[in-house]
Design a protein around this ligand. Structure first.
Ligand SMILES: Cc1ncc(COP(=O)(O)O)c(C=O)c1O
Length: 377
């Protein structure tokens, strides 16, 4: 059965984006490909395979559940970092699926130790220790460090393999906050390195701070690994890098109704929109239940045969209306591009994000599960 709307993901674009990012990293910085949230909507299993095959040394996910799913779907060799927390009941899965949790709290160490005593008494577990360098979200603060250190000393089966943190605003040029976080990070890395033999200290080889924008902006910051997400999928807020990246995902649908409406006729729900002149309107098979958000109208354009056509009226759950008066050749069943295209005739997640007053991450992650993912080489 053909899907109502679908996304096409170019493995070639993913590979080329990864190669570009890789070339920007100062050796021997490892690449951690971030495939959380179903690889930002691109499909975690398929993207993990591309990135691992292309030489990513690590993968990163949100939760033990996402990590377990990667393992079940065939990602067997590459280490997987669980970035955003776990519950006491997740410890068996962390061990079974060889996942590396991020930790920042003494309580988490107690959970891990208790779970390990139950499931694998003789085993060891590597963790990455997250420090809060200014984001105020995850990560141990300096006031919490002593308690965390004591918990780790009581649990020698848990080994701190790396210290890491996260920049709050790497996409902002010359962000003063970035410099401050970098300084904080190096200081924390040095403190933890004095305590944990094996952590490398100031050269940062066992630390990681940078996301994709950070890695592209600060290649000289010399961390051991960069955790890159959005740039691998083809987007960067830095134009000099964006020019070398290609959005890997295109989103397509079909025309399912076509009609000529007189001036003044309503289009879609509510008294919101009336045709200002005689108008040819195409109804296309995608709506907010697919992730094509109501805020995209007015303002969004779709492409039909490469010709831009404006969305009109309110976007519904499953349907969107498009003014195709200027696309005279349009026929029922024609393919419509919601995201993608090439050259000047293209729609990007950045443009849609602007209309919805959000960021491209949210547009890509907002593609719903019912949108079929199709992979192209
Ligand atoms: C801790 C952490 N590291 C790295 C990333 C990847 O960031 P980006 O997609 O901006 O490269 C994220 C994404 O949210 C993150 O939460």
């Amino acid at each position: 059965m053909p899907p109502r709307n679908w996304v096409e993901i170019s493995r070639g674009a993913l590979r080329r984006n990864q190669d570009y990012v890789r070339r920007r990293l100062t050796p021997p910085t490892a690449l951690c490909a971030v495939v959380k949230a179903d690889a930002y909507g691109h499909g975690a299993a398929a993207c993990a395979e591309v990135f691992a095959h292309g030489g990513a040394e690590w993968l990163a996910v949100t939760s033990p559940e996402e990590g377990a799913r990667l393992r079940v779907n065939g990602t067997s060799q590459v280490p997987v970092l669980v970035l955003a927390g776990f519950a006491p009941g997740d410890v068996a899965a962390l061990l079974e699926y060889r996942l590396t949790p991020a930790v920042w709290d003494a309580e988490q160490i107690a959970w891990l130790a208790a779970g390990m005593a139950k499931c694998r008494p003789a085993g060891t577990l590597a963790v990455h220790l997250k420090v809060d360098t200014g984001m105020g979200r995850l990560g141990v603060t300096s006031a919490q460090e002593t308690a965390l250190r004591q918990a780790l000393e009581r649990a020698p089966q848990i080994r701190v393999e790396a210290v890491f943190s996260h920049l709050a605003a790497a996409e902002i040029p010359a962000g003063e906050g970035n410099e401050a976080q970098h300084r904080e990070f190096l200081a924390a890395l040095e403190r933890w390195s004095r305590w944990a033999p094996g952590l490398a200290g100031r050269n940062g080889r066992s630390g990681h701070l940078l996301n994709g924008e950070g890695a592209l902006r600060y290649p000289g910051w010399g961390c051991g690994m960069a955790r890159v997400g959005l740039a691998l999928y083809g987007y960067s807020a830095q134009p000099e890098h964006a020019a070398h990246l290609s959005p890997a995902l295109s989103w397509k649908t079909h025309v399912i109704a076509l009609k000529d409406l007189p001036a003044g006729h309503g289009v879609g729900y509510g008294p919101l929109y009336r045709a200002p002149r005689p108008m040819r309107v195409a109804t296309i098979a995608a709506g907010y239940a697919d992730g094509y958000r109501r805020q995209f109208s007015p303002g969004a354009q779709v492409l039909i045969g490469g010709i831009p056509a404006p969305v009109v009226g309110a976007i519904s759950m499953d349907l969107t209306s498009v003014d195709v008066t200027e696309v005279p050749a349009v026929r029922l069943g024609d393919e419509v591009t919601l995201l993608g295209g090439s050259g000047t005739a293209r729609v990007t997640a950045i443009e849609l994000a602007r209309l919805a007053r959000t960021i491209p991450y949210e547009i890509l992650c907002g593609l719903s599960a019912r949108v079929e993912r199709v992979y192209r080489d």
